[in-house]
Design a protein around this ligand. Structure first.
Ligand code: DAH
Length: 341
């Protein structure tokens, strides 16, 4: 009769699926050992049949269980081996050695930030979602002013009453009051970041552009100081010696207010296609902070005054690199991005 111990020992020696199959055929297969032994039972007496039959059944059960266990182990090994083979090693270095880099706009924005930091300005990005109050009323723009209407401003959700007050900032002047309160006075602040306007897009307008608001609040601030710093800053950023000129203009949050033109860095104020023949390019808006704004920041306008300026960083970058269409900055064209990487 088959010896269970021997059969199990044979099974233990089995190391792969083919050997396991052989084992099955020899011991458990229809034509082989166990079955042959069962067949022999017919010739035995009923007692012997009973006794031997029970023993054979026991051997069969034990061998079958051991066989199935081993079979499962092999199946698992096979699955694991396959998984190992299929594994994609994401840590592998790709043959391509391209590296990311700052976009042109980010580069220019950061460069200006460095200049302002070196002059001890605090840098604060503010937030892109602001209340109507922050964007307009806090800086002396009454809600009846045309700029507050839908054609200029992107409202988040007009239907839901809890959102009606929220808009995407149209300028970083929206943070003037918050920042004066946050940092206290005297204050030198530079607030760069994206702003949004409900504008139709063309070569010089986009619904989103990079803007920066600068502000100095102190005692005895003068326009002369401002003009000098601006001239130096622009000359540094535009890589040319720049002269600026101030033109009186109206902005509700400053008094007096100015539009500031820089001499064209491309033609040196002689007149070219970039400055449309005038020799000057409008780059900045500025003015002495309006007493109402100073009051909104809980300061006494007789004691404190200030200067604010807004600058279109996208425009500045376009002028510096002679880029005729500001939509290149954001349209994701890799040829453009790579040429400035
Ligand atoms: N916030 C204005 C705008 O986005 C620009 C501006 C004008 C900013 C005069 C200033 C300023 O700080 O003094 O159109």
């Amino acid at each position: 009769m088959i010896e269970l111990k021997h059969a199990l020992w044979e099974l233990e020696k089995v190391t792969d699926a083919v050997q396991l199959d052989n084992f099955f055929q020899i011991y458990l297969g229809k034509k082989w050992l166990l079955n042959e032994e069962f067949k022999l039972l017919v010739a035995l007496s009923p007692e012997e049949k009973k006794d031997k039959g029970a023993k054979l059944s026991d051997i069969k059960t034990q061998l079958t269980t051991a066989y199935e266990l081993k079979n499962q182990i092999f199946a698992m090994d096979q699955i694991n081996a396959q998984l190992e083979k299929d594994l994609v090693d994401i840590s592998l270095d790709v043959a391509d050695d391209r590296q990311g880099s700052y976009s042109l706009l980010a580069k220019v924005r950061r460069e200006i930030e460095e200049v302002y930091k070196s002059m001890w300005f605090v840098i604060d990005y503010g937030h892109e979602i602001v209340t109507k109050y922050e964007n307009f009323e806090s800086v002396n723009i009454p809600l009846s002013h045309p700029a507050t209407e839908m054609h200029d401003t992107i409202y988040l959700n007009q239907k839901d009453p809890s959102w009606q007050n929220l808009i995407l900032r149209t300028h970083n002047s929206a943070h003037q009051i918050e920042d004066i309160k946050k940092y206290g006075v005297p204050l030198k602040l530079w607030s760069p970041g994206r702003v949004y306007r409900f504008d139709s897009m063309d070569a010089s307008h986009d619904v989103m552009f990079q803007y920066a608001e600068g502000m100095v609040v102190d005692k005895n601030v003068s326009i002369a100081q401002f003009k000098d710093t601006m001239q130096k800053l622009l000359s540094g950023i535009l890589w040319k010696s720049i002269t600026i000129r101030l033109r009186p203009s109206y902005f509700p949050f400053v008094e007096p207010g100015f539009e500031i033109d820089a001499s064209c860095p491309i033609c040196g104020a002689k007149g070219c296609s970039l400055c449309k023949g005038s020799g000057w390019i409008e780059l900045l808006w500025a003015g002495m902070i309006h007493p109402n704004v100073i009051k909104n920041a809980w300061l006494d306008p007789k004691e404190w005054s200030g200067f604010a300026r807004g600058i279109g960083v996208s425009r500045l970058a376009a002028v510096r690199y002679g880029i005729k269409d500001i939509r290149y900055f954001t349209n994701g064209d890799l040829r453009f991005a790579k040429s400035f990487a």
